[in-house]
Design a protein around this ligand. Sequence first.
Ligand code: SF4
Length: 227
Amino acid sequence: MGKDDILRKAAILQRDQETYAIMADLGGGVMDTPTARRIADAADKFGAKKLKITGAQRLALLGVKEQDIDAAYEVMGVKFQQCSPLCTQYIKVCPGNTFCPRGQRDTLSFASRVRERFHPFPKISAKIKIGIAGCYNSCVEPAIKDIGLIGLPKGWTLMAGGAGGKDPMFAQIIAANLEDDKTLELVERILKYYRASASRHMSRNHRLGVIMRAEGKGPLMRACGLE
Ligand code: SF4
């Protein structure tokens, strides 16, 4: 199996330089019990040493041999998803009002719409992390994501430009009280602005918050049609 093929299958070489972690992308970390059983079956059958819930809410099987990658995905019955190296692109979502008593909006359904429409985010090589929370508790840290959403009774609050890591930044509020369709439209506009910024800054790797710091918030607001 070629290196590109392995990456396309969301398989990441482990420190032993022999085995791989393969990822079941469950969409928000939620799964039914048959799926959980199939994943456990795959782990047992192909000698995965451990299962790991990743920071991107994927379930990783650790220690799968290269020749078993395809068969392990088949037993799991979950689609492998094109995984950016070291998971630089993801959508992280809390349970929202489907499960959480504090939830103000249906985060899981909305995250599915975002995922179906935009993910993987094409032509953006910089990190792009989206956090979708169902209330101000912000359990998935939307304020330190490139795009953050908080669900409130009157609609979504949309933020942009957050990041963790070596240059932490808080996201800035772009708009509030947004209905679902308008929020999707603005997410699309933000992604386009992010993509186009690579040529303006001669770099494909600046985080959105770094670009907003250099350009100010105005250009992004105009790109969103909000100014
Ligand atoms: S952010 Fe709010 S709705 Fe989401 S899990 Fe946390 S407390 Fe629950």
